[in-house]
Design a protein around this ligand. Structure first.
Ligand code: FCB
Length: 466
């Protein structure tokens, strides 16, 4: 069995800042943030964690954490300001430097090619509902394969195409803020096609590092043991799950789901499904919560005939139920239903209302030879969340699921999309006024977990046996 990979993740628009630096073009998120009412308090990613400039500090944090892999994303508008044409050397140099420094520290660079920052020029030309955007993504990806292929240890083509398509073009909650169900399905198809075209370009280069896509499947549990609730749960999960996994694993689009959405006509052309089903080396899943759902009368706008059941579960600051066994269930369900060769939990974590408090001087904290910070964040909730979810992951692995790694979301508190800086997901607290980084208690917990001290086997001698 391959060793388990522990990592931490971020995404470019959420942490980098330096929005206008070195020829970077505008993305749909730059524009969306400027639309009144779109993002809480009119907040933007202009500065964020300032990681474009402060990445050496972030690297030091990763080293102290001891993770084996850092999942970051490349900002498309830093590579192609307008989304096409010759690349910007400054952007490529930045990510080369980052990758080289990670490798030097013994940390695998895991690059996400597209984490939602579509160049504005491509949105002006129609965005993801247009087929050409898929070709543009593949061209951009191929630039990265050429420029970073000798350094990147793991590639993820697209992050959460469901969010990009359905929050961006269907519900209008994310950039570019359009609201049209038909467009959302067109966008979903072109995001998958972009993935498939990028994959083909990657294979043509003969690079060896594993490549895959990152989804956020939803596998709600039926609220009761009634058969109709089980059927409702299947319908409720299909748009985030079968709609993507079926075509990725060569089964075409799920007709039962499309039939419930009259506007849903993925614009499939000859050869598309073969491209989308190109063999991947791994699948990434982002897991945060699990809902319980029950059958409900169908009605206008509710053709799928289900609703969320009320829940007694404790919630994170996002209002999301904390359900660690849901991660176990999801991994088992996905790997039974689709022939997934290797699976990585590419994001998992929780937002809580963290408050730094002055740390007692020389108070023996943190529990190591590390220099003690002036502030401490006692985020017990996040520690419990991470511990239970990492354990769920390892349980699925012990039960035979091909789970090979886990990335905590996120290394840093960052720009949480339409909720701005109001939701803190970091292992590290960020003071957004000064850029100062303060490792939270969960940072030290995760360091110990990665080192095998929190979830590992009992020490030799205590493990029983013959
Ligand atoms: C996921 C996104 C990630 C982050 C988390 C909380 O949907 O991929 O960027 O915002 O949610």
């Amino acid at each position: 069995m391959r060793p388990f990979l522990w990592g931490a993740a971020t995404a470019a628009y959420q942490v980098e800042g330096s929005a206008g630096a070195e020829g970077r073009g505008s993305s749909i998120w730059d524009e969306f943030c400027r639309r009144p009412g779109a993002v809480l308090g009119g907040m933007t990613g202009d500065l964020a964690c300032d990681s474009y400039r402060r990445w050496p500090e972030d690297l030091e944090l990763l080293k102290r954490l001891g993770v084996g892999s850092y999942r970051f994303s490349v900002a498309w508008p830093r590579i192609q300001a307008e989304g096409s044409g010759r690349p910007l050397q400054a952007g490529l140099d930045h990510y080369r430097r980052l990758c080289e420094a990670l490798l030097e520290a013994g940390i695998e660079p895991a690059a996400t090619i597209y984490h939602w920052d579509l160049p504005s020029a491509l949105e002006a030309a129609g965005g993801w509902p247009e087929r050409d955007t898929a070709r543009r993504l593949a061209d951009y990806a191929d630039i990265l394969f050429g420029a970073l292929g000798d350094l990147v240890g793991r590639w993820f083509t697209v992050n959460e195409p469901w969010c990009a398509a359905f929050l961006g073009y269907g519900q209008g909650l994310h950039a570019p803020g359009r609201r049209d169900e038909g467009e959302a399905y067109r966008a979903a198809h072109h995001l998958l096609l972009g993935h498939g075209l990028a994959l083909r370009a990657y294979r043509a280069r003969g690079l060896a590092a594993p490549i895959g896509i990152v989804l956020n499947p939803s596998t709600p549990r039926p609220a009761t043991a009634r058969a109709e609730d089980a059927a409702a749960a299947e319908r409720a999960g299909a748009q985030r799950t079968a709609l993507f996994l079926d075509p990725l694993y060569g089964r075409g689009y799920p007709e039962a789901h499309l039939a419930l959405h009259p506007a849903a006509r993925p614009p499939v052309e000859e050869g598309d499904l073969e491209l989308i089903a190109g063999p991947c080396d791994m699948l990434g899943i982002n897991y945060y919560d699990e809902d319980a759902v029950e059958a409900a009368p169908a009605g206008p706008g509710r053709l799928e005939a289900w609703r969320k059941a009320p829940s007694w579960r404790e919630k994170t600051d996002m209002g999301w139920d904390i359900v660690p066994e849901g991660l176990y269930r999801q991994i088992m369900a996905l790997t039974r239903r689709w022939p997934i060769g290797a699976l990585y939990v590419t994001e998992n974590g929780a937002a809580f209302r963290d408050e730094p408090e002055p740390a007692p001087p020389a108070g023996g904290f943190p529990p190591s030879a590390e220099p003690g910070p002036a502030f401490r964040v006692r985020d017990r909730g996040r520690i419990e969340y991470l511990r239970s979810h990492a354990a769920a992951c390892l349980r699925a692995r012990a039960d035979g699921a091909p789970v090979e790694g886990y990335y905590a979301w996120s290394l840093l508190d960052n720009f949480e999309w339409s909720l701005g800086y109001s939701k803190r997901f970091g292992l590290v607290y960020v003071d957004f006024a000064s850029g100062e980084r303060i490792p939270k208690d969960s940072f030290w917990f995760y360091r110990d977990l990665v080192a095998g001290q929190e979830l590992g086997a009992p020490p030799a001698g205590l493990s029983g046996g013959s």
